[in-house]
Write a protein that binds this ligand. Structure first.
Ligand code: ZN
Length: 219
């Protein structure tokens, strides 16, 4: 199998999904040249890139719908740097310390269909990156926030009230004792209206979380 993979790498080398340079699924040049997200969302939400920027849109799409999981690692590396940067300030300014990473969950049905949760993959990679550095800042908990109701895609609902109704009651908390008084970092791939993140923040705060912030790949 390894031999076959080597042959495949020679015949079909890994190319950047955007510029097609050989080497990585999304090359460093394309990544660093990607347009940063405008901070029009809430101040507790930190999106990395502008979702309209084609390489980013393509990367997120390939990860989610084509299972190109290596892209989760590349995107997580960019997110990792940003999290450390923000934590350096937040730990001093807001006493935001020892946070718990919580990926935005998929419903069990969608999880079965897709076979993985892209936000969880990013979270796992963030932990891997942290484990190879001397500084330990956070832990990952994927059994706290649960999606208990299948929802329509928020982008497909035009009316704002309908969008909120769509999400109400869609999330639930398990093991609430683990988050009492704790700082939380929500992780997601894309935030559009921010409604899902708002709903998650609301329910986490109701269950006793101290402060909740969120990092996403794109907005
Ligand atoms: Zn490239």
């Amino acid at each position: 199998m390894r031999f076959l993979n080597t042959i495949l790498d020679i015949v079909f080398p890994i190319r950047c999904i955007s510029c097609e340079t050989i080497g990585a699924d999304l090359c460093l040049k394309c990544l660093t040249e990607s347009k940063p997200a405008e901070r029009e969302t809430a101040e507790w939400v930190f999106p990395l890139y502008d979702y309209r920027h084609p390489p980013i849109k393509k990367a997120v799409w390939l990860l989610k719908y084509r299972g190109k999981k290596k892209l989760a690692g590349i995107l997580a590396e960019a997110m990792y740097g940003r999290i450390l940067e923000e934590l350096a300030e937040l730990s001093i300014m807001e006493n935001f310390r020892d946070p718990i990473l919580i990926p935005i969950p998929l419903s069990p049905k969608r999880y079965r269909e897709r076979g993985f949760n892209q936000a969880e993959l990013i979270g796992k990679k963030l932990i891997e990156l942290q484990n190879s550095s001397p500084r330990k800042s956070f832990v990952l908990e994927k059994n706290i926030l649960m999606k208990i109701k299948e929802t329509k895609h928020q982008a497909q609902i035009k009316d704002r009230r309908e969008r909120l109704k769509n999400l109400t009651g869609s999330l639930a908390i398990k093991n609430a004792q683990l988050i009492k008084g704790r700082n939380i970092i929500l992780i997601d791939d894309v935030t559009t209206t921010g409604a899902t993140l708002n709903e998650a923040k609301k329910i986490l705060k109701q269950s006793g979380a101290r402060k909740v912030i969120a990092f996403t790949i794109a907005h």
